[in-house]
Design a binder for this molecule. Sequence first.
Ligand code: FMN
Length: 216
Amino acid sequence: MSDGFAGFDLGTMSKGDSYKLLASVILPRPIAWVVSRDEAGRVNAAPFSFFNIVSSDPPLVAISISGAPDRQYKDTLANIRARKQFVVNMVPEELAEAMNVTATNAPVGTDETVLAGLELAEGTAVTIPRIVGSPVALECEVFEVLEPGGASTIVLGKIVYVHVRENVFEGPDGLARLHVDPTQMRLIGRMHGGGGYCTTRDVFTIERKNWPLDGR
Ligand SMILES: Cc1cc2nc3c(=O)[nH]c(=O)nc-3n(C[C@H](O)[C@H](O)[C@H](O)COP(=O)(O)O)c2cc1C
């Protein structure tokens, strides 16, 4: 008898269906807009939503990069393997279309930041540029590259330097207190289907509670 839940055994599902299901229910996902350079120094940019911060001590991000149908690796992964550095830029609403342009499967060596009309600034701790229009950029060095055995490679990056646009801090002492107003960053997240996104402006707060709960 049905309990009102559909059950899925991922071991018996096709990889395509498994991706479709997981990418539709694990929501919203932050988007790492990754800038990298190839061995010749050419810049590359592409978005990745199988991404998150996975540790603050050490400060680590994880990005899952799937196989490339027409080349050995997606350019981002080839570049990260070659240079051991990359920059994760967070995506604001006003650059959503530009981010989507950089997701095209352009020929190897194409600088998608030019295609998308993006302004870049040189990195501080790495030799990879960041996207100026992004309110947050995380300069990363490769910590570890994991090959879990399927089509995806997981890159663990150690954040070595962070850029945050000053006007996203809350109030006059926001910078000193490291209080960021997320609604000022206007970041987008990845949602369902081929082209679903959300904004991060619909926020609410819940105060953390100490034990005992309400005198219980
Ligand atoms: C919002 C968004 C999220 C994406 N997330 C991923 C991801 O997590 N992993 C992945 O392999 N590809 C992802 N892609 C597809 C890549 O961006 C795409 O394959 C891109 O062409 C890779 O570029 P590159 O070859 O220059 O690295 C995503 C695309 C979009 C638009």
